[in-house]
Every structure is written in structure tokens, then in C-alpha cells.
Design a protein around this ligand. Structure first.
Ligand code: NAD
Ligand code: FES
Length: 281
């Protein structure tokens, strides 16, 4: 059992959890995730580790209440227990000195971009962060991002805070002003990651995205998380979740993520978890 040390809402529907998991906290590297099960017969689901404190034996997870399980987790409070937590899983982010690195977080994807931005900064890169949200109230981790950035920008779709527009507009502006950009990391909704890839492609800027396909076991056994990258099949849970953005088949990812929408909706409405992928295993 894993105790929730603290649980606070950062924005509507987005909650930050600090959880006791000493072994994970000690081993975890930027870009890795854990698989959780809130209760014994519940659904397993992946969450990227936003931060860790090896001394106190805790990890930080930032959760958007999207489906039945993430909404149930967001209903939990400090002192409550999570049944299972397995990790760290996945291949850590590839960190090296690139020169100027731009880290782009879209919405709750900012929570996943944050640890990698921090690692890029620690590796000596000049780090520019661009974090986008639909509106001011949905901006998260502004101070944390600033702390690991040489330049930090916030964009909002409705112009209620920071720069008005999508994250891609700020990225294009940086490129247009002649800034030499050596590396881009983009994490957020699929249309955003695809759009970032199309902005950087003509300039040959190395661009990495973190993919969020359906995951069941998180260990390369079930095939649920398969994605197409450079015309090859990869398993995001072991080969990723980070991949070369210019090689990712985003349409395939979006189509696969839609396959179980009906079942997920039924499950959320009925309160019963009904996973056809698990039945096929
Ligand atoms: P959102 O829809 O509010 O978008 C966040 C920002 O992304 C926007 O403010 C905008 O700047 C940018 N954006 C969105 N669409 C764009 C487009 N077409 N072109 C350019 N920029 C665009 O984000 P949200 O609601 O917080 O995110 C939810 C989605 O993110 C979910 O679908 C979730 O599955 C996904 N997600 C992905 C990861 C991952 O690992 N890739 C992690 C967490 C969440
Ligand atoms: Fe099962 Fe990746 S989640 S193979």
C-alpha cells in the first residue's frame, strides 16, 4: 500500500499528489512513469512521475481527472492509501548538452515536460520553456518551470494570461527571429505534439514527444501501447514513451486512443470497469 502524503488541486480537475514510494523515488529518472491501481480489482493506468524526493522517499504525480480511474484518484486525500504502484517504468529521457533546448508543455502535459526541462537545465543547456493552457486558471507549475528556465513563456488560447495563442505560435516566433534552437521537447495533447513536429520539421530541429497511448501492463507484454514510429511498431511503455516527433504516426496514435472511448464512457457512467483489452490478454 502507498500512502498519499499530500493532495492539492493546482487547477480545476488537475491535482498534485505526493506519495510515499521510497524505492521508486530512489531509482526514478526524468521521463519515467508508474502504473497505478487505486484498489485491488481496479484499472491499471500510467502516470508520468513529475518529481521525486529520494531523501523523504516520495514521488510527485500530477493528475488530470479524465477517465473513471483518474477521477477516482482525484477524489482521494492525504492519508489515504493506493493499492498498487509499480515503477519506475519506461526509458528515461535522453539528456545531453544540445545547446539551446525548448521545452513545450501543453495543459497537463506541462507536468511531464517539467522534470525533463529540469534535467536539460542540469546538463548545461540554455532552456526556454513554453507552457500553454486554454485559459489562465488552467496554467500549472508556472514557478517551477521558471526556476529551471533561462527564458519562460506562458501562452493561453483565450489570451487571459501571458501571450495570446497556441504554444506553436511562440515557437514559430522564436524561430522567425533567428534564434538557434538545437532541441525541442513537446508534451501535451496529440494535436499539439503533431503541430510542434510540423513547425520544427522544415528547419531540421531535433524534436522529441512523449506519447500517451493506452497502457495495460506497462512492461511490454500486452501490446496495448503499440505506436508506429518510422514505419516500425514500438511499444511506448518500454521503447518510449519519448520518440522522435518527425517519425511518429500521430493519426495512428489518435485512432488507437479512440478505440475504447465507448467502453470508457460506459464504465465511467456505470461505475464498473469494463476493459476489453484485458479480456483479450
Ligand atoms: P489542452 O487541450 O488544454 O491544450 C493545451 C495547449 O496545447 C493549448 O493551450 C495549446 O497551446 C496547445 N494546443 C492544443 N491544440 C493545439 C494545436 N492543434 N496546435 C497547436 N497547439 C495546440 O490540453 P489539456 O486538456 O490539458 O490536455 C489534455 C490532453 O493531453 C489529453 O488528451 C491527454 O491525454 C493529453 N496528455 C498527453 C500527455 C503525454 O504524455 N503526451 C500527458 C498528459 C496529457
Ligand atoms: Fe502493455 Fe506496453 S502497456 S505492452
Amino acid at each position: 500500500m502507498y500512502r498519499i502524503v499530500s493532495a492539492i488541486f493546482l487547477a480545476e480537475n488537475i491535482k498534485k499528489f505526493v506519495i510515499e514510494a521510497p524505492r521508486v523515488a530512489k531509482k526514478r529518472m526524468a521521463g519515467q512513469f508508474v502504473m497505478l491501481r487505486i484498489e485491488e480489482n481496479g484499472e491499471r493506468f500510467p502516470l508520468t512521475i513529475a518529481d521525486s524526493d529520494p531523501e523523504n522517499g516520495t514521488i510527485t504525480l500530477i493528475v488530470q481527472g479524465a477517465g473513471k480511474s483518474t477521477r477516482a484518484l482525484n477524489g482521494m486525500e492525504a492519508g489515504e492509501m493506493i493499492s498498487d504502484l509499480v515503477g519506475p517504468l519506461g526509458t528515461p529521457s535522453h539528456i545531453e548538452y544540445f545547446g539551446t533546448a525548448v521545452s513545450i508543455g501543453g495543459g497537463v502535459g506541462t507536468a511531464i515536460a517539467y522534470p525533463t526541462a529540469a534535467a536539460l537545465k542540469a546538463a548545461g543547456n540554455y532552456v526556454i520553456t513554453i507552457n500553454g493552457a486554454r485559459t489562465k486558471e488552467l496554467v500549472i507549475l508556472e514557478d517551477e518551470m521558471k526556476a529551471v528556465s533561462d527564458e519562460a513563456y506562458i501562452t493561453t488560447d483565450d489570451g487571459s494570461y501571458g501571450i495570446s495563442g497556441f504554444v506553436t505560435q511562440k515557437l514559430q516566433e522564436l524561430i522567425d527571429t533567428g534564434r538557434k534552437i538545437d532541441f525541442v521537447l513537446a508534451i501535451g495533447p496529440i494535436p499539439m505534439m503533431k503541430a510542434v513536429a510540423e513547425v520544427t520539421r522544415p528547419y531540421g530541429i531535433k524534436t522529441v514527444v512523449s506519447l500517451n497511448p493506452i497502457m495495460i501492463d506497462g512492461t511490454g507484454m500486452c501490446g496495448g501501447c503499440r505506436v508506429t514510429v518510422g514505419n516500425e511498431i514500438k511499444f511506448a511503455c518500454v521503447d518510449g514513451p519519448e520518440f522522435d516527433a518527425h517519425l511518429v504516426d500521430f493519426k495512428n496514435l489518435a485512432d488507437r486512443n479512440r478505440i475504447y472511448l465507448k467502453e470508457e464512457k460506459e464504465s465511467a457512467e456505470s461505475g464498473v470497469h469494463h476493459c476489453r483489452l484485458t479480456e483479450q490478454m
